[in-house]
Design a protein around this ligand. Structure first.
Ligand code: ZN
Length: 197
């Protein structure tokens, strides 16, 4: 099933995955907007819908294996793989570098799709792509639910995102939100509201 970008944005808003405030992105940049895809993906039916839509963009490239970086890319990689009928692997950081563990392997020449929830600088995605290649795979493409990159990603293979978001991002030290004294939130590490007393 295909999805328009506006439908994806509507789903992100409906699930409160699209947030406003002062956020420290995993890239190190600060931003007034954050997309917490986990809030969309917590609904398996939505995860399946989005996964199927993303899979549709790559079906013609016949990927056999889908790999996503933990944790953000795990669920969406799984749903894309389900829709494509392939395997779903995840890469995890070991002492700061992405590796595949769990006895996962990629066969020599296997066609790999790298899948992310959100692409910002693309650094993690590029690292997972190189990892998949080092393991013997041929990376057929890169997919994301949300593209919030501001510049060229230099992926060197087909890239598709279901929606693009242009949110202002700031280099730390040159951030307007810091200057206004708004507390900085690191979204991934923030306790869920129910845990805050
Ligand atoms: Zn800031």
């Amino acid at each position: 099933m295909e999805m328009e970008a506006s439908e994806v944005i509507a789903l992100l808003k409906e699930t409160e995955a699209f947030q406003s405030g002062h956020f420290l992105l995993s890239s190190g940049m600060h931003s007034s907007q954050y997309v917490q895809c986990a809030l969309l993906l917590q609904h398996p039916a939505h995860a399946a819908t989005v996964g199927s839509a993303l899979a549709g963009r790559f079906r013609a490239l016949r990927p056999q294996v889908v790999i996503g970086p933990a944790y953000g890319g795990m669920i969406i990689a799984h749903e894309v793989a389900r829709a494509l009928g392939g395997r779903a692997l995840f890469a995890e950081r070991v002492e700061g570098k992405f590796e595949v563990r769990r006895s996962f392997s990629i066969g020599s020449g296997e066609r790999v799709l790298v899948v992310e929830d959100v692409v910002t600088t693309g650094a993690a995605t590029r690292e997972v792509k190189r990892l998949a290649e080092r393991l013997g795979g041929v990376v057929a493409g890169i997919g994301a639910i949300v593209d919030r990159s501001a510049g060229p990603l230099g992926f060197d293979c087909p890239f598709e995102a279901l929606a693009s978001i242009e949110a202002p991002t700031f280099i730390p030290g040159m951030c307007e939100l810091c200057r206004q004294g708004i507390p900085l939130v690191k979204p991934g590490s923030r306790p869920s509201p129910a845990l805050v007393r």
